[in-house]
Design a protein around this ligand. Structure first.
Ligand code: ANZ
Ligand code: ZN
Length: 839
């Protein structure tokens, strides 16, 4: 056996000895029942304490929990447990986002009902969450696929409908050919289906929408309250997604041609100041207006072009890299300011769905227009003198500030002056007006799938759309459809359930049909945080009084992948629910924490890479506490954790070391620490002070490092210092238990009990530091010669630079190194560092 292997074995034996009596399995078996019994995590909700609401984005029940859940929920639990220790009444609920496609696909494969797969997975995850010691109030558990829940999703839909915020329209929508369902704009990523990656196409369908655009301004404005409490990049993404642009609508008359009469087409522009520089006019190739305007002899060209455009994603269409393409439509638009005739083109770089789907092209000052002008030899006329070279020559459009020229009444004005001036002229003439345009589109909520909340509308041949009366809610999903019957066929599988579809019209009692679409699951998750305030409530989606007591959520925790979809929808719902008079707040989440991802070897864990790490195996091997502690210790919560770089066995060793303090302390509980060892007390109180501040700033990983130092100092005091009977040792060990209770609940509880204290450490109360004990009489100054540490000096914290320099130069160690050489420079950073550079 090699010497190396021998020392390896030796180290292993020592490690074993160290952890021998520390059994995470025994603790995991013992404590959950005690916590349940004591209802440690159920808030009192009686007003005796200030309330705090900590929420983790609820999980989707796809199989068992994975490493990502383990990280996110470890972070959220630290916050919940910290606030509980600080004396707040904490609501920390858990539930499941349990409607959705995967359940349905699994059901088709297994010839089962989606509920079987869903609820089996929920039970698996619930057991894992319990083992993982999430400090959740299990009595408030909810599932969005329960009829008691989706009844209220439907009820909310009807309230939206009454207010004109839910409506149906026929419109080209994003269609996933694989999943055979429509997708919201938010679910199309780089032109592909967010779920399955298939290239998304457009299809004209009659679909239900929520009018989120009515709330665009408020969604933007209210972000001011979130500033500083939400990650800036999430706010930026929402701001971008909403995409507010100020500008003008300008009406152009398109001259008649042959049989086609003259007509007006409006454009949206952010640069009405450049109207005199418009040299052509472009409509979106796929907008109805293109087909309406095109002259007969060019129709075939247009149709050929449209076929090509259909295959392109929105991103491709807007790419500045792609060569510009288009078709002249044979018509001319008249510039309302100078009467000039501009040729009308159809092109793909203009989007049908943005602004009005038509633009005035100003190639001198807009790069896309300039690229197009150069491709088709159209004129370029600069109207803002930016001091740069003429774009016609350079091919580079100039977008900056400057004085107007070639622009009649606008000449000589600055860009900033010319924009309102141009708008006034247009408004006087009645050919345009100031306007605000948003990138945000209405939210498409209907899905042609089974496993979702049915849309509570009945279609009657006589009465049209008739809402299902409230007292007939929920509209339950039929439970007799199975397997292939659930397969997507382009229409909802619900359409095949004849006995379900055919109903009497609630208005005229005549034969009518239920709407067969279900709601996007993002509808379910847009209000669940409200339901947690009163999950048993039967008179409405939630008890308004309870919601006003608990909400808004004080700390929301979840992945940044929800930056726009879920978080924007939840904000929208909250505002509508506020406007319905049900709650007195307008934002759902006061603060947001985006935890990082768990990687393995620098890459996201995935089946194809084969780098997945099984959470269950990690828990079996190292114990829950070691996994939780590792997640938190690895990095700041916002950063990724690379499982290849961390050491859960190191965490386990540390936990055993902390736990053994409990075996060694010999002073009785309640002993006054005042007479205890002063230097250990200073460490304990400094740790408490620092941990408090670090936790308030979500710097959980640093807190773990601090508690490790405290464990070391305590161990030293027991072994080589004042000894196990010193009351300062008990004080330190109890502080370790309480701080550890946020990260390693089993070890902390067991340590607490070894220390002779009663369960639960989870509400022992946060220790308060004594500022008088923080005063340090000396600090350590490091003395370097040419960057190498040669001595350490204990000095007063307020030592002057001169005094410190002198003390360093007087050091015998330094003298020895210098060995008579002269000194070139001395750098002093009092009271911590001196660096001497010899001549
Ligand atoms: C003339 C002009 C001159 C423009 C100029 C810009 C610069 P944002 O800021 O994103 O709102 N536009 C309008 N509708 C469009 C559509 N459906 N597809 C593609 N482009 C469209 O952009 C507004 C500008 O984008 C508008 O202002 C319009 O071009 C173009 F020197 O009008 B502008
Ligand atoms: Zn009717």
């Amino acid at each position: 056996m090699s010497a190396q292997a021998e020392t390896g074995q030796q180290a292993e034996k020592e490690a074993e000895a160290e952890t021998a009596s520390y059994s995470f399995a025994a603790m995991e078996a013992k404590w959950p029942a005690v916590w349940d019994e004591l209802k440690v995590f159920t808030p009192a909700d009686d007003g005796s304490k200030e309330r705090r609401y900590v929420l983790d984005m609820f999980p989707y029940p796809s199989g068992d929990l994975h490493m990502g859940h383990a990280e996110a929920f470890a972070m959220g639990d630290v916050v919940a447990r910290f606030l509980r220790q600080r004396g707040y009444d904490v609501l920390h609920p858990i539930g499941w986002d349990s409607f959705g496609l995967p359940a349905e696909n699994a059901a088709i494969k297994r010839n089962a009902h989606p509920s079987e797969w869903t609820y089996a997975n929920i039970e698996t995850q619930a057991a894992s969450f319990k083992r993982y010691a999430i400090s959740a109030d299990w009595s408030r558990r909810l599932h969005t696929s329960d009829a008691e829940y989706y009844r209220w999703t439907q009820w909310l839909f009807l309230r939206f409908y009454e207010r004109g915020l839910a409506y149906r329209k026929n419109h080209p929508v994003n269609w996933c050919p694989k999943d055979q369902t429509v997708l919201a704009n938010e679910q199309v990523v780089n032109g592909a289906c967010e779920r399955c990656g298939t290239q998304v196409t457009k299809k004209s369908l009659n679909q239900w929408y929520f009018k989120i655009t009515d709330y665009a301004d408020r969604l933007l404005d209210d972000m001011a309250d979130l500033q500083g409490h939400w990650p800036e990049r999430v706010l930026a993404m929402q701001r971008n997604w909403i995409g507010r642009s100020e500008g003008a609508h300008v009406n152009f008359v398109i001259e008649g041609e042959g049989d086609a009469p003259a007509r007006e087409v409006t454009v949206f522009t952010t640069r009405p100041d450049t109207l005199y520089g418009a040299t052509f006019f472009v409509v979106a190739a796929d907008a109805d207006i293109a087909a309406e305007l095109v002259t007969a002899d060019r129709r075939q060209d247009l149709e050929g072009y449209q076929d090509k455009v259909k295959a392109l994603s929105e991103i491709e269409r807007q790419s500045t890299e792609r060569e510009k393409t288009g078709v002249f439509l044979g018509r001319y638009a008249v510039n309302p300011l100078n009467g000039e005739k501009l040729p009308v083109w159809a092109a793909d770089y203009v989007l049908a769905d943005y602004g009005t789907g038509a633009i005035m092209a100003v190639p001198a000052h807009d790069q896309r227009d300039l690229d197009f002008a150069r491709a088709f030899d159209l004129p370029v006329r600069a109207v803002v003198d930016t001091g740069q070279e003429d774009p016609a020559g350079t091919g580079v459009a100039t977008a900056g500030e400057g004085k107007l020229m070639n622009s009649g009444p606008l000449d000589g004005l600055s860009k900033a002056e010319a924009i309102p001036a141009a708008i006034s002229i247009l408004e006087e003439k009645g050919t345009g007006e100031k306007t605000v345009n948003f990138r945000l589109r209405d939210w498409l909520v209907s899905r042609q799938r089974f496993w979702g909340a049915p849309i509570p509308i009945i279609h009657c041949p006589a009465c049209g759309e008739v809402p299902v009366p409230d007292d007939q809610l929920p509209v339950r999903l039929p439970d007799n459809l199975r397997g292939e019957e659930l397969a997507p066929k382009g229409t909802s599988p619900l359409a095949a359930a004849q006995d379900w579809v055919n109903v009497a019209c609630p208005a005229c009692s005549g034969p009518a049909k239920r709407d067969t679409d279900t709601m996007d699951t993002f509808v379910d998750s847009s209000w669940y945080f409200l339901r947690f305030a009163s999950p048993e409530y039967t008179d409405g989606p939630f008890d308004p009084a309870a919601a006003n007591r608990w909400l808004p959520v004080d700390q929301y925790v979840g992945g940044v992948e929800h930056a726009i979809l879920h978080l924007l929808y939840a904000r929208f719902f909250t505002k509508v629910i506020h406007d319905l008079g049900l709650v007195n707040f307008t934002e759902p989440f006061k603060a947001l924490l985006n935890q990082g991802q768990v990687l393995n070897g620098g890459k996201a864990m995935s089946k194809s890479l084969g780098n997945g790490v099984d959470l269950g195996e990690q828990l079996d091997k190292f114990g829950v506490d070691a996994v939780r502690l590792t997640m938190v210790f690895a990095s700041p919560p916002e950063d990724d954790v690379d499982w290849a770089d961390v050491s859960p066995s190191g965490s386990a060793k540390f936990l055993a070391r902390a736990w053994r303090l409990g075996q060694d302390v010999t002073s009785a509980p309640g002993t006054d620490p005042a007479a205890g060892d002063a230097s250990l007390r200073a460490v304990t109180h400094r740790t408490i002070a620092e941990a408090t501040e670090l936790l308030e700033n979500n710097k959980f990983n640093v807190v773990v490092a601090k508690v490790m130092e405290l464990v070391n100092a305590t161990r030293k005091a027991i072994d080589a210092g004042p000894g196990a009977a010193d009351p300062a040792v008990r004080e330190a060990a109890e502080a370790v238990a309480v701080i550890l209770s946020l990260f390693a609940p089993y070890t902390a509880e067991d340590l607490w009990s070894l220390l002779g204290r009663e369960a639960s450490v989870a509400n022992a109360g946060w220790p308060v530091h004594d500022p008088a004990l923080l005063v340090q009489d000396t600090v350590t100054a490091v003395v370097q010669v040419q960057g190498k540490v040669r001595d350490r000096l204990e000095v007063a914290p307020d030592i002057s630079e001169d005094q410190l320099r002198e003390a360093a130069l007087a050091s015998a160690n330094v003298q020895k190194i210098l060995d008579g050489r002269g000194i070139r420079t001395v750098i002093v950073r009092a009271p911590k560092l001196v660096n001497i550079v010899p001549a």
